[in-house]
Ligand binder design. Structure first.
Ligand code: ADP
Ligand code: MG
Length: 499
């Protein structure tokens, strides 16, 4: 698997890739199987070889015992006088050499009569092996260890006819060839194990790459998947569990995108509802702003009707009527402008301009409620990227909230400036009032949807939640500072450059 790719995710550390797991498992499996198999083969082989050498040595000692016994018998009955015959037999046998180490003929006291090693002539054996050989009336084999020869198999046959015994014939066979054979077998099995492990390593490597390649694609796609954009279907066509996983992921992605779309629609509806509600709040002020010029215009018309011939007066009044109409038009235009439902559009936004535009809509209401407006706008404020209509909606809600908080009048301060936070440039908007303030316990709740302390028709409780949504969509942040009875300060940070 493409482990580099996965390691980029700092929350997850890939230590045991599937490949490593496969390889470890397969290697362990092979080693365990080979140990059991090897042990079985070695034990069986050892047994077979031992049986073979025992049979061969027994046959040899038995077959040689017959002529040797005959020699003793002939000597006994006086048919034979030469002594050399026995030495001949032994030296002939010794020509066979390896693995025969020695051959000897002993008398009934275990004294050496003939020995392949001439120096041993006359010496007496009294070790347990020799005692056993002497005691036995049958052909036997005995195993012992010699410091020069290593493991030795001693085959002995009694030189006897019925109850008459002359001595013992003994031949020593080296077991070293067997040991060497077993040793070689060890190495062969070890080599075979290594070979199989190596082969398995390559096969697992190829297999696991084949197996995990679609997983890598899946992981890359998962990382790239965003709820906002549709993507090409995954290029995974395997018909195994991984294919199934890819299919399930595809399904999940579709559902995610759908639910995100629905959420977005719901959000848009919420913003719209809040906007309509705020237009409702504006309407009383707007009505006044329309009524005032209308009254003036009515007076003008009345005057004109009274003196229709006075052309000079008529001209003056018509000018006033035109002025009134323009005023009405401008007010209606502002309201229409605000209520327009635009698709979200990211463009260069002059925050100062937007703030002033919204203030104009509320000017009449503020002056009627004895609210002073203090503007401290930074003239060198950079433009930001955003949706002017949405930002204006957010500002308007904060202004209406301030208006509602100061029923007895007060001061609304609007400040803009440029700030730097965490090495990023922000436009900061501060909207501060001297109203009733917010109790500390409620500070965390005011941004909740439908949280309101206002009467039905006055507040929907959606304003601040929509406001927060809009600011966050601009990758900005909104904070509030307030105490009961001490006014409220809302601070908005909007990044100059979005990430
Ligand atoms: N400037 C403010 N001064 C005092 N309280 C405020 C201020 N702004 C908001 N609040 C409180 O937060 C609540 C929620 O505000 P908002 O979400 O705009 O809904 P609404 O204005 O419809 O009640 C208000 O009802 C009010 O209690
Ligand atoms: Mg509000």
């Amino acid at each position: 698997m493409d482990s580099k790719n996965i390691n980029q995710n700092d929350k997850f550390h890939l230590r045991w890739t599937l490949k490593i797991k496969f390889i470890t498992f397969i290697t362990l499996l092979i080693v365990v199987i080979m140990i059991f198999n090897g042990m079985f083969i070695i034990i069986r082989e050892k047994r077979l070889l031992m049986a073979k050498i025992e049979n061969e040595s027994t046959a040899l000692v038995k077959s040689l015992a017959i002529p040797v016994t005959n020699v003793f018998l002939y000597k006994e009955v006086g048919l034979l006088h030469e002594e050399e015959l026995l030495e001949n037999y032994i030296s002939q046998l010794m020509e066979e050499k390896y693995p025969i180490l020695y051959a000897m003929i002993l008398d009934n006291e275990n004294r050496v009569l003939v020995h392949s090693d001439l120096k041993k002539f006359g010496s007496i054996y009294n070790d347990p092996i020799s005692e056993n050989a002497l005691r036995s009336w049958q052909t036997i084999t005995q195993k012992y260890h010699d410091k020069n020869w290593g493991d030795v198999l001693d085959a002995s046959a009694p030189l006897a006819i019925s109850s008459k015994r002359w001595g013992t014939l003994r031949i020593g066979f080296s077991l070293e060839p067997i040991q060497a054979r077993i040793q070689r077998l060890y190495w062969e099995i070890l080599g075979l194990t290594l070979g199989i492990v190596l082969l398995a390593f390559f096969i697992v490597n190829i297999l696991s790459r084949k197996l995990t390649a679609p997983l890598s694609i899946l992981i890359t796609e998962m990382k790239k998947t965003s709820v906002e954009q549709e993507r090409q279907p995954l290029a995974i066509h395997s018909s195994d569990e991984i294919g199934y996983l890819a299919c399930a992921f595809e399904d999940m992605r579709e559902r995610l995108i759908n639910s995100h779309r629905e959420l977005k629609q719901a959000q848009d509806q919420l913003i719209r509802a809040e906007k309509l509600a705020s237009i409702g709040r504006l309407s009383s002020g707007v009505a006044h702003e329309i009524n005032n010029p209308l009254n003036g215009m009515q007076n003008c018309i009345r005057m004109i009707l009274e003196e229709p011939e006075n052309r000079e007066q008529t001209g003056r009044y018509l000018e006033l009527i035109d002025e009134g109409l323009q005023k009405i038009e401008s007010v209606v235009q502002k309201l229409l402008d605000y209520s327009r439902k635009d698709p979200i559009m990211y463009e260069k936004v002059d925050v100062n301009h937007s703030l002033k535009k919204m203030l104009e809509l509320l000017e009449y209401k503020f002056s009627k409620q004895n609210i002073n407006i203090e503007l401290q706008l930074d003239d060198n404020l950079p433009l930001i990227r955003g949706d002017a209509h949405l930002l204006e909606q957010a500002f308007l809600n904060l202004m209406i909230n301030a208006y509602d908080a100061m029923p007895e009048g007060g001061t609304l301060t609007i400040r803009t400036k440029q700030t730097t936070r965490k090495r990023r440039k922000f436009v900061t908007v501060v909207i501060q009032d001297t109203g009733e303030g917010i109790p500390e316990s409620e500070l965390t709740r005011i941004f909740d949807p439908f949280y309101t302390t206002k009467d039905v028709g006055e507040g929907t409780g959606l304003g601040l939640s929509v406001c927060q949504g809009i600011i966050e969509n601009h990758q900005g942040e909104i904070f509030v500072k307030s105490k009961a009875g001490q006014g409220a300060v809302f601070t908005i940070f909007l990044p100059v450059k979005s990430k």
